[in-house]
Ligand binder design. Structure first.
Ligand SMILES: Nc1ncnc2c1ncn2[C@@H]1O[C@H](COP(=O)(O)OP(=O)(O)OP(=O)(O)O)[C@@H](O)[C@H]1O
Ligand SMILES: C[C@H](N)[C@H](N)CCCCCC(=O)O
Ligand SMILES: [Mg+2]
Length: 217
């Protein structure tokens, strides 16, 4: 059984937090003690919304969930330039190792897409490598997602990719029909869940991910 998963995406706003929540809920309902870890949250103005939302589900203290928060909605590296303050990678790695010891399962969420810089010459791709953690990729359902998804997987070619969750199907975009199979064919990575655009995104993604939990447990 896996002990942790890194949730990344092809861009910001694609559904990492939504999928993290759905997955955490599924695993908690199976009796696992689950931790969520958002090493750096930007756009925390005034509160870190991702970390706050998930901490309520996992019953963690906020300072166990997020180590660095920045006000400006930008890449973590950019936020350190704009607002000052440094990000200590060793601290992130040690905290992750602490969480893996303490919990049955740890869900780590990046910020934006996988090549978003955390520090000079260091992106989430390097953090994934340093954490030695399997990856779940969240992609859009719509036109453009083949390129975005294959580019992200190319950037993650040395990583352990568990699968892809495609998010936001509307039925109004003709490309949606073939996007999943084309992505699977070209990437050899499985699309493990397809979530529709919904008025209740968390419930929609929870329903669709419930069956995928078997992949993880
Ligand atoms: N299937 C869906 N249907 C409708 N809305 C959705 C769906 N999935 C996500 N959303 C909405 O899209 C927005 C972005 O989702 P989310 O916050 O999960 O993205 P993210 O990848 O975590 O973004 P960030 O890079 O800022 O962390 C949120 O308002 C969320 O409620
Ligand atoms: C503010 C947003 N919600 C994310 N936390 C940060 C996204 C950084 C994206 C940087 C980029 O790809 O240009
Ligand atoms: Mg998020």
């Amino acid at each position: 059984m896996l002990k942790s998963l890194f949730i990344t995406a092809t861009d910001t706003g694609v559904g990492k937090t939504t999928i993290s929540y759905a997955l955490a809920k599924t695993l908690i309902e199976k009796g696992l003690k689950v931790a969520y870890f958002k090493p750096v949250e930007t756009g925390a103005d005034p509160i870190p919304e991702d970390a706050t939302l998930l901490s309520k589900l996992t019953c963690q203290q906020i300072d166990e969930v997020v180590l660095y928060t920045f006000k400006n909605p930008v890449a973590p590296y950019v936020a350190t330039i704009m607002e000052g303050g440094g990000i200590d990678l060793e601290k992130i790695i040690k905290h992750y190792e602490y969480l893996v010891q303490k919990y049955d399962f740890v869900i780590v969420e990046g910020a934006g897409g996988v090549l978003v810089p955390i520090k000079e010459n260091y992106t989430y791709r390097e953090l994934i490598k340093d954490l030695n953690i399997p990856v779940l990729l969240v992609s859009r359902a719509s036109l453009g997602t083949i390129n975005h998804t294959l580019l992200t997987l190319e950037a993650l070619k040395d990583a352990n990719i568990l699968g892809i969750v495609m998010n936001g199907f509307t039925g109004n975009d003709i490309s949606e029909e073939k996007n999943p199979e084309v992505i699977e064919k070209f990437s050899k990575v499985k699309v493990i869940a397809k979530c529709n655009k919904s008025e209740t995104p968390i419930s929609e993604c929870y329903e669709k991910l419930k069956n995928a939990a078997g992949l993880i447990l």
